[in-house]
Ligand binder design. Sequence first.
Ligand code: NAD
Length: 352
Amino acid sequence: MPLSVGFIGAGNMGRSHMRCAQTLGLNLAAVTDILPAAAEQASRQFGIRRTYTDYRAMLKAGKDLDAVIIATPNKFHAEHAIGCLKAGKHVFLEKPMTTSTRDADKILAAHKASGKLLQMGMVNRFTAAVQTTRRFIAEGCCGKIYSGQAFWYRRRGIPGFGGWFTTKEFSGGGGLIDLGVHMLDVALYLMDFPKPVAVSGMTYNVWKSLDTYTYTDMWGQPTPGGKKDVDDYALGLIRFADGQTLQLNISWALNLGDLALERGVRLMGDKGGVALTGMEETRIFGEQAGHLVDTIPQFAKNDPNLDEIRHFVECVQEGRPPMPTAEQGRTVQLLLEALYRSSQEGREIRLR
Ligand SMILES: NC(=O)c1ccc[n+]([C@@H]2O[C@H](COP(=O)([O-])OP(=O)(O)OC[C@H]3O[C@@H](n4cnc5c(N)ncnc54)[C@H](O)[C@@H]3O)[C@@H](O)[C@H]2O)c1
């Protein structure tokens, strides 16, 4: 029997997940969107029989649902995830986990009480480049990793300018929470989630109005006259218990040329290093036979969006824990919150 799935949020990411679920042959049973037109459009496009404007109604009528895929604005992640877990559904929750560590703890508590599976939507982990890099690191190519850099530079890439993405009340933050969450997750995954002890960060909100923002394209639609009270540039330094460090640079918008097209992770070890570029290519820097050697692994490209949903389905069916785990989502949330706090208070934040 294919898994029966419900969706909360039928926007850009929700529809992307619906496409993947359809490709995987799942039963797309129900969809909720606060905008009736969005739910109905998804219903027509993907042949979803039941539509709702309130997720509680969907859950009440949803005895048949095995799992729910949540892709709503960040502010609602906690409420939606907790509601679904309490209703006994497995949950795929888009990133970021939520907008505060306090809410992340509430999600974790509901997850533990439910005994249901909870997977965070950290799609970059599922790229063939990240998986290949992870295998090389596991085989010891780096030796002991002592420091790393994670970055995502966009020259112009503020999503839905003026809408929920750029309104702190709904998003919890800007580029740092939107893109930083991905790069932190990938870097920590490759570093094997060391224990963070201190965080220093600084954020900037440079483009405050759509009127002064020159751009060529945008994820989602702009809202003229809308709000932008979140960061478009952020930098940070994270220190870990055993002396490792991670530098972070994240921009939604930045006045830099070629650099602005780059995202990646670089890790430095005492035996070698790795450099992931664009989540598409990875290089291993090492030594062999008395020479410095660069290795460029070859691998088939994959569709990470499809593979993360496939992974979710397999974990549900086989009863095994997914990646990333909810605990890892919580660690990333803690770091994001500490980076914002450090910027606001102008000091390093010690983590207990
Ligand atoms: N993994 C990725 O690479 C990636 C990329 C983009 C967005 N996202 C995440 O996906 C989520 C959604 O982003 P998006 O780009 O699809 O946004 P979007 O604005 O396109 O879609 C959000 C949808 O949720 C609906 N909605 C709002 N409040 C609701 C509520 N209370 N109940 C039900 N529906 C509600 C909206 O009407 C809208 O249709 C966000 O958390 C975002 O961070 C992840």
